[in-house]
Design a protein around this ligand. Structure first.
Ligand code: NAP
Ligand code: LUD
Length: 280
């Protein structure tokens, strides 16, 4: 039987509606949540994502400022801006869109964002808190994947979860969040031997690789939940995930589409984190 769709577009809209109500409550207490997004350079995909983030903020009543800096911006200039935002009482969340131009060190930039405003959840202290199960900001993309499952009634407890990809922004935090929810977790990467065999063990398969349609139906267990984080541009306009949708949907019980799956959830979770930062 073909899979049911994990509808990120629809569920993200529900989350944004919840956030809108939380923002209204905070405003009654005299607090307007504020987010600053910093975009350096003119990467076309980043421009789309940043525009969507700004629009989503406005829609729910979050005060949003986008700082668009030229690609030649020096690291020192960028760090100065972040320090200024760290001290700005109207700003509760700071996000520096990645990737940054090659002459800027991402780690130094992330380390400069104050922990209280790190709504991306990328800073070492935040990641540490995530790993030990302390209060933290959940990184938006894996958090979005978890909420997609929660709102659909999929409980990771006791299930075998396989995460393909071990990046700091998706794969690793995804694995930690599944572990916290009592899944048995395997993390695969470019040196994994027999990836197909690992994937076929998964009750929950999360693909965060960045390789168009690499995960095919023959790598999926009958009835598995398939979450496709990948966003790959092929040809002029077409967007595909890391999963070959048609073949995978023949095996899976649930599957996320691309677009309209994890992407909109990432933005919805950013709004949630910004409100949480303002509340704290
Ligand atoms: P990344 O930093 O490039 O990491 C890719 C990971 O995949 C690495 O761990 C790499 O292994 C692994 N990998 C590469 N080739 C592989 C192979 N042939 N077999 C097994 N593993 C392989 O990417 P990322 O930032 O995590 O992003 C992954 C994808 O998700 C991209 O398409 C990106 O655009 C998308 N994305 C989407 C959202 C969203 O909101 N929907 C958010 C973030 C990212 P090694 O560690 O061994 O190199
Ligand atoms: N950097 C992110 N870089 C890239 N897709 C996103 C993303 C929305 N600091 C920092 O926002 O969380 C981040 N924090 N990221 N990403 C990727 C990653 C970052 C990716 C896709 C979308 C955010 C999104 O809305 C739409 C969809 O999948 O339906 C499609 C939009 C399109 O490209 O047409």
């Amino acid at each position: 039987m073909p899979a049911q769709i994990l509808d990120g577009k629809q569920i993200a809209a529900e989350v944004r509606e919840e956030v809108k109500q939380e923002v209204a409550r905070l405003k009654e207490q005299g607090i307007t949540p504020g987010l600053a997004v910093v975009l350096v350079g003119d990467d076309p995909a980043s421009q789309v994502y940043v525009r969507n983030k700004h629009r989503a903020c406005e829609e729910v009543g979050i005060y949003s400022v986008v700082h668009r800096l030229p690609a030649e911006t020096t690291q020192a200039q960028l760090l100065d801006l972040i320090k200024q935002l760290n001290n700005d009482p109207q700003i509760h969340g700071i996000l520096v869109q990645l990737p940054l131009p090659g002459h800027i060190d991402e780690k130094t930039v992330i380390d400069t964002i104050t922990l209280e405003k790190d709504v991306d959840g990328f800073s070492p202290a935040n990641v540490g808190n995530l790993v030990i199960g302390d209060k933290c900001f959940y990184p938006c993309t894996p958090h979005g994947c978890m909420v997609l499952m929660d709102k659909t009634g999929i409980d990771p407890k006791g299930k075998k979860a396989v995460v393909v990809g071990r990046s700091n922004i998706v794969g690793k935090p995804m694995a930690m969040m599944l572990l916290a929810r009592h899944a048995t977790v395997t993390i695969c990467h470019s040196r994994t031997k027999n990836l197909a065999e690992e994937c076929r063990q998964a009750d929950i398969l999360v693909a965060a690789v960045g390789k168009p349609e690499m995960i095919t139906g023959d790598m999926i267990k009958e009835g598995a939940v398939v979450i496709d984080v990948g966003i790959n541009r092929v040809g002029e306009k077409k967007l595909v995930g890391d999963v070959h949708f048609e073949s995978a949907a023949q095996k899976a019980s649930w599957i996320t589409p691309v677009p309209g799956g994890v992407g909109p959830m990432t933005i919805a979770m950013l709004l949630k984190n910004t409100v949480e930062a303002a509340r704290r």
